[in-house]
Design a binder for this molecule. Sequence first.
Ligand code: AMP
Ligand code: MG
Length: 396
Amino acid sequence: MPLSKAPMITVEEALAVVERAKVAPRPESAPLPKALGRVLAKDLVSRIAMPPFDKSAMDGYACRAGDPSPSLRVVETIPAGGVPAKSVKRGECAKIMTGSMMPRGADRVVRRELAVEEGGVVRFTGADDSPNVCRRGEDVKPGDVVLKKGVLLRPQEIGILASMGAADVAVFERPAVGIIATGSEIVPPGRPLPPGRIYDSNSYSLAAQVGRCGAEVKLRRRAADTPAAIRRAVAAALGSCRLVLVSGGVSAGDFDYVPAVLRDLGVRLAFEQVAIQPGKPTVFGTSGGTLVFGVPGNPVSTFVIFEVFIKPALYRMMGYAWRPLIVTGTLARAILRRRTERAAYVPVRIEGDTVDRPDYHGSAHIHALGGANGLVYVPKGEEGFPEGSRVHVRLL
Ligand code: AMP
Ligand code: MG
């Protein structure tokens, strides 16, 4: 394989290139219990008012504000789900439960704790500041947009959908993802490890990263370092997937055939080197509507490149404009480097305000990721940050 490759572009340029790739998420319907982690494909417009009727916010007695009567006659008890049969007049009240429909005539509820009931008559021992009534439509009116298209459905959004009576939800299709781990040295976990070989961790970490985004891994293969084996696996993935992730075989070694095979299969490569550490030989291209990433095989590179480049692309294919969550903290140990020609992402652990950096021996050192919950970005041209500095941490 040639040593000098396509020009090296910056992280920002590479992100922009990936962002320009056309993706066309398609809507489909999902039953509500299966909608967690999916992305809403249509604005959710409420057909109902919430609450649907004036309701009591407390267990107590519904009566008329300003009724001067020293005691009130209890005309009925209104359980949750019940419809009041009587209207409340001066000198009267209805015993009411939280969430029950307010009876006609009543416009406030006195809490049970402030009332003494005896023989069907109630006397209040104190006053409430609040009328304790939730008005029909005070949270949502019919026609209100309750959730916007493009929202990622988390447990709270699932609850909102259910509260609107939605049994089926318009969500975007999940792209089929293909994962190919290349390398004649890799062995699947569960087998003995012969001399010179290592376990395949990338296809597992990538599948887990994809799964966590809520997408579907449709094809998983391992391929030896031969053009024919890589070609077979990539061709199968291109035929059935909209996102293809290939690990290993993108560097400048004698057996790094991935970029050539991709080109050969008609993948239009948009970049083949990024000024990023780890992950410099990252390759990105498109084939029809399919996006293809080739990531270097060192496990930290594979992991970080997924986070930085693949995750936003995958989410975009799912109809979700994801942005990383960035917090700040104080660095407990310096992050400093001598070579600054690439931007770096350094795995860290943030707890409270303290940002700690695990021992990190480089991109093969997958154990540095254990417990890491963030990445600190060191821009190209900068040496890093001394101990005690405030740093931005991109959460994983
Ligand atoms: P490559 O990108 O193919 O040059 O591989 C770089 C390094 O990553 C080598 O030490 C490989 O053995 C290692 N590597 C490649 N693929 C995997 C994998 N699937 N799991 C773990 N390590 C890998
Ligand atoms: Mg390799």
